[in-house]
Structures are given as C-alpha cells and as structure tokens.
Design a protein around this ligand. Structure first.
Ligand code: ITT
Length: 198
C-alpha cells in the first residue's frame, strides 16, 4: 500500500521520505499524482495540515500525510509562522528564500540589535484516510536562534539562518541525518508513530 505525501515542496518531500522509508512504507508525492495545491485558509499549522491531508486523501483514494510548518520568531510574536512560505513570494508568486530571510532578519534585529533573536520551527503533520473522514494531527517544534548572514547549502527554506539549541551550525550546515533527528518535523513524526503504534 501507498501513502501520499501531500506536499508540493521538494525539500519537505525529501525529509518526510527519509523519515518514512525506514518503515518500509512506499510513498508518492502530490505533484507526481498531479494533485492540486489546496488554498491554505486555516488559522493554524494544524488546520492547514488537516485540510491538505484531507483533500489529498479524498482525491487520491489513498491515505495521505500533509505537513504544515514554518519559522516562528519570538520578537515578531510568532511571525512569519503560518505565512512562512508567503514571505518568500514576489508579486508573481515566485519564491526567493534570500528575500524571506532578509525580511525576517531585518524585522527581528530591529527589536533588539544586541541579542541573537530567539525562534522556533513548528510543524504539524496530519494523516487522513480516504472517505471515512478520519484525520489525526501531531505537532512538533525545535527551538533555536537566528543567525546572520545565512550559512550552508543543505536543507531548504529558512534553514541557513536557524541554529538549533545546543549547536553552533545552522540547519543549512548540519548533516541532514542530524536535522532529521532533532527537527520540528522529526518531533511531530515521533508523536505520529507513537499514536499509530497503539
Ligand atoms: P506544501 O504546502 O505544498 O507542503 P509549502 O512550502 O507551501 O509546501 P508551507 O505552507 O507549510 O509549505 O510553508 C512552510 C514554509 O516554512 C516552507 O516553504 C519553508 O520555507 C518553511 N519551512 C518549513 N519547514 C522548514 C524546515 O525544516 N527548514 C526550513 N524551512 C522550513
């Protein structure tokens, strides 16, 4: 049996596949199935993950796993948060991560230029089964600080400007295996596995 990974973000797909593959479950991406990108109209990571998983499950007839995630900066009262992808978009909807990181840094630094800004990545994972309406959601986080300028080519999105607590390198510099063991996504995934085990 197959599990649909209801994301159009290749960075996420890669990380979720790395978390799931050891379980011997085969996965297929939403883009591969030509599933549309649903409009994210929810007010929380959990709501958005839910609606993405539900739509993918109903359209594909397969169980679907969706991820809604983002960077939450304390000094910005949790922004960009659920708008993390939007902060990278220009007028045409193209994503430029340097642009997003600059905006985050500029706004965070303005609040207290002396302190490294505290932040966390948040992730909600939702798994939905087709037709019967059942959806379960699990949330995870990883705390850290912001770095400037961005460093490292590994990872995706805001990774080059995020240093997890206990490390000196950014998620852009740390090995993917390490990120997969401590990330917000890994945290949510552990909770999902524990629940599915029962
Ligand atoms: P899907 O909705 O198709 O899954 P998306 O990129 O639009 O893809 P989100 O709406 O959840 O996904 O946006 C979350 C953004 O937050 C994402 O585009 C990343 O840039 C950022 N983000 C999430 N997890 C991240 C991580 O592990 N490292 C760096 N940035 C991350």
């Amino acid at each position: 049996d197959k599990l649909v990974i209801a994301t159009h973000n290749p960075g996420k797909l890669r990380e979720i596949a790395a978390l799931i593959e050891p379980l011997g479950i085969s996965v297929v991406g939403a883009a591969e199935l030509d599933l549309p990108e649903p409009e994210e109209i929810g007010n929380s990571f959990a709501d958005n993950a839910d609606l993405k998983a539900r739509e993918a499950a109903d359209l594909s007839g397969l169980p679907a796993l969706a991820d809604d995630s983002g960077l939450c900066v304390d000094a910005l009262h949790g922004r960009p948060g659920i708008f993390s992808a939007r902060w990278a978009e220009d007028e045409e909807g193209n994503r430029d991560w340097m642009r997003a990181m600059e905006k985050v840094w500029r706004e965070a630094e303005a609040t207290d230029p002396d302190a490294p800004p505290a932040a966390h990545f948040a992730c909600a994972l939702a798994i939905a089964w087709p037709n019967d309406g059942q959806t379960e959601t699990f949330e995870g986080r990883v705390d850290g600080t912001l770095a400037w300028p961005p460093r490292g080519e590994k990872g995706f999105g805001y990774d080059p400007m995020f240093i997890p607590v206990g490390y000196e390198q950014t998620f852009g510099e740390l090995e993917p295996e390490l990120k997969h063991s401590i990330s917000h996504r890994a945290d949510a995934f552990r909770k999902l596995l524990a629940a599915l085990d029962e």
